[in-house]
Design a protein around this ligand. Structure first.
Ligand code: DAH
Length: 343
């Protein structure tokens, strides 16, 4: 028993010092110590020479030695894999690599880009503005003075540190910022995120995205507005989609309208998405109110213009037949992975 213990101690010292810097040396270690004729197997054979009352103790010792040797082999294998290569050693370049997870564009970004490229064809440039706005750009300059009842149309988040600031409720604020720059004619679209104090549901969220359009020049008419939006609908949804305008009210446009398209889900026969009407509303629009032009220092006797605003979520839901807009912000990879190609 004593002999066996001493022998094992000696082997352990030898094994501890062993190295393997490549596959061959690693294999040599394995054969020498752990192979069928290796040292561990051989020394296990010594069990038969141990006195019966010492067998239990010897068994433990031998088992512990076996584990010790296997652990050393493990650590040598991981080091031999990641360690530097010795000169002349070959690498198998035909081994398959690790697959890289493929990213996908967010559906809102896909549709936003598509909207931008459609209006780009008509000469509209992209303009952006801040998400934290002041009262003037989000409301007052848009003909929505303080205490105007139309402010109730949009429930607003205010910034507690500074009550003069708010999260913009629409991208119409960017119209004002661009008009104030005083460069005319002006032909812009303004994509961006907006915020409203809404209860979150399948159809509403406290943040969403809009694209605002604005065209200011001499002699711009409602006919120009209609043609621009007809072009957009055909490019976006194809030639078969029908369009209708309904009179509406927005403080910043006069006259104002809302535009509906025939329901893409049921083709106009009536379903739950179009609430059995066959039509879905996709945007608000109108001729820019003279007060708004005046507020921005533009001569409303000389210039006219049109504006429109649409929700990107709505367009995306119609394009891909998505029924719940909460999916857009839940970051569920199973949902997002489906949008690998543009429409
Ligand atoms: N700002 C409006 C909204 O968020 C949408 C809108 C309507 C924008 C008419 C416009 C417009 O520019 O002319 O509900």
């Amino acid at each position: 028993m004593e002999q066996l213990a001493a022998q094992i101690e000696q082997y352990k010292t030898e094994i501890s010092a062993a190295t393997a810097s490549n596959k061959e040396e690693l294999e040599a270690f394995r054969i020498k110590y752990l192979g069928t004729k290796g040292l561990v197997k051989t020394i296990m054979g010594e069990m038969k020479n141990v006195a019966p009352d010492k067998k239990k103790e010897a068994g433990q010792l031998l088992n512990e030695f076996k584990i010790f040797t296997e652990q050393k082999f493990e650590s040598l294998s991981s080091n031999a894999g990641t360690g530097s290569f010795t000169p002349g050693q070959t690498i198998d370049t035909s081994l398959p690599g690790y697959p890289l997870p493929l990213g996908a564009r967010h559906p809102i970004s896909i549709i936003q880009n598509k909207i931008i490229s459609i209006f780009h064809k008509l000469g509209f440039a992209v303009a952006e503005g801040p998400e934290i706005e002041d009262d003037w750009h989000n409301f007052s300059a848009l003909n929505l003075p303080e205490n105007h009842p139309a402010r109730d149309m949009q429930d607003t988040f205010y910034i507690s540190q500074n009550p003069a600031w708010l999260l913009r409720t629409h991208t119409s604020s960017v119209q004002i910022r661009e008009m104030e720059k005083g460069k005319l004619p002006l032909r812009i679209i303004c994509p961006g995120r907006v915020y409203r104090n809404e209860t979150i549901s399948a159809r509403a969220h406290c943040f969403f995205n809009q694209v605002e359009g604005l065209y200011i020049a001499e002699n711009v008419s409602f006919a120009d507005l209609k043609q621009t939006l007809y072009f957009f609908v055909k490019e976006m949804f194809g030639n078969d989609v029908k369009v209708r305008f309904r009179p509406s009210y927005f403080p910043f446009t006069e006259p104002s309208a809302e535009m509906d398209i025939s329901c893409l889900i049921c083709g106009g026969t009536g379903c739950s998405v179009c609430k059995k009407t066959g039509w879905v509303e996709i945007l608000g629009c109108g001729m820019v109110h003279p007060n708004v032009l005046d507020n921005c220092g533009i001569d409303s006797n000389k210039y006219t213009g049109f504006a429109f605003g649409m929700g990107i979520e709505r367009i995306t839901m119609l394009s891909y037949q998505i029924k719940d807009l909460r999916l857009f912000s839940e970051n569920d990879i199973r949902f997002l992975n489906q949008f690998t190609t543009a429409l």
